[in-house]
Design a binder for this molecule. Structure first.
Ligand code: ADP
Ligand code: MG
Length: 357
């Protein structure tokens, strides 16, 4: 057991078994008497509990101390990364009303690859072929989906398709991605210190990274004004870049990119921003957590030019849910859409695509 693990166990003894269990991906502590875990994609309530609020709050405060941060009346929430890569978020009363809340997202030792996604039925062979062509042909790609739908996992899998010869810069808020290539340079944002100084945001990272000769930018998640910098990078020669965004559909992902670009404070006319979005982003890969907990790539779409100022996409592959059994199990199938506009380029590059009629 490494130092960090033993330190965690010390403060978080009631959940130590879940910390040690690789099948548990998340631990959600909602006050001393209610603890949920996510295991194999499903949430379950557990019988574990803390002796009381005092023990739980002490755990949260000690975790904060161990990463040199404060958790008290003036700073009632903590977002921290532990040395083993796990993310901890804690909130103390009165901000949280049912006692101290701690959520732990455990660091994944193994990230998914496209082959694994195929094995799990998250994407069919044809979908994997399309994704491979998208990455090899340097299409700028956004992975969209809801919370915990598998966006980061799919981004990691896509990054695995980038050729070894490319120099990849990885920019993240909290390091999660683990690329397989050798020539990867990783960056992480920094939060302001207790005096509000020293912040280094994703936006700062995007701007700085462009001076470091990237062939590809891989950005963990777009949440705000950095969207504009990424769009500009994508439009000015850094093709083949990729990121994720929280959205309900591929079209919604484009609207969300637009909203985030506006958050940068620029004063462009809306149509100009839309044109940037529609020309910078070539493909959207949409992920979903189905009602039975299975995560799938439910759509791969190509972004088409604007029509009368509106976004348009062409679905290349879609998941159709056909039935939900009494046991909650979802059944359905993947449907192949129209051939992509890059079909002939893929042929030139000897990249295999599905057989279209
Ligand atoms: N296709 C998949 N099959 C099984 N588990 C998956 C799949 N994709 C993601 N997961 C698991 O689901 C959890 C959330 O995935 P993540 O990629 O972090 O989602 P998001 O970035 O959308 O929040 C992780 O524990 C991850 O390992
Ligand atoms: Mg994520």
């Amino acid at each position: 057991m490494n130092d960090n693990a033993s330190f965690l166990v010390l403060f978080l003894a009631p959940v130590k078994d879940f910390l040690a269990d690789d099948k548990v991906s998340e631990i959600l502590i909602n006050g001393p008497n209610q603890i949920y875990i996510e295991r194999g994609g499903r949430l379950e309530e557990t019988a574990a509990h803390f002796t009381g609020e005092a023990q739980l709050k002490a755990a949260a405060v000690n975790i904060a101390k161990s990463v040199d941060r404060q958790l008290d009346e003036m700073h009632p929430d903590l977002d921290a990364r532990l040395p083993d890569g796990s993310r901890v978020h804690a909130t103390i009363p009165p901000v949280s009303r049912c006692g101290t809340i701690i959520s732990i997202r455990k660091f994944k030792k193994e990230m998914l690859t496209i082959d694994k996604l195929e094995q799990f039925g998250s994407v069919p062979k044809e979908g994997a072929q399309i994704l491979n062509a998208i990455v090899k042909l340097r299409k700028n790609t956004i992975v969209s989906g809801g919370t915990s739908s598998g966006k980061t996992s799919v981004l990691n899998a896509l990054s695995g398709l980038i050729p070894e010869k490319d120099r990849i810069l990885v920019l993240e808020d909290a390091s999660e991605l683990q690329l397989q290539q050798k020539h990867c340079v990783y960056f992480e944002t920094r939060k302001p210190d207790k005096n509000g100084q020293g912040e280094f945001s994703i936006r700062d990272l995007v701007i700085a990274s462009l001076r470091l000769r990237p062939d590809r930018l891989v950005i963990g998640e777009i949440r705000g004004g950095e969207a504009l910098d990424l769009l500009q990078a994508m439009n000015t020669g850094h093709s083949g870049s990729m990121s994720t965004i929280h959205a309900n559909s591929p079209l919604d992902a484009l609207s969300r990119m637009e909203t985030c670009a506006i958050m940068s404070g620029i004063n462009f006319p809306l149509n100009a921003i839309r044109m940037q979005v529609a020309s910078a982003i070539n493909c959207v890969v949409h992920t979903m957590r189905l009602p039975d907990g299975a995560r799938k790539i439910v759509e791969i779409a190509e972004v088409l030019p604007l029509e009368q100022g509106e976004y348009r996409i062409r679905p290349l592959m879609q998941w159709k849910t056909e039935a939900i059994g009494e046991d909650g199990c979802v059944s359905g199938r993947f449907i192949l859409g129209e051939p992509p506009s890059f079909r002939s380029n893929a042929e030139i590059m000897h990249l295999e695509l599905p057989e279209y009629k």
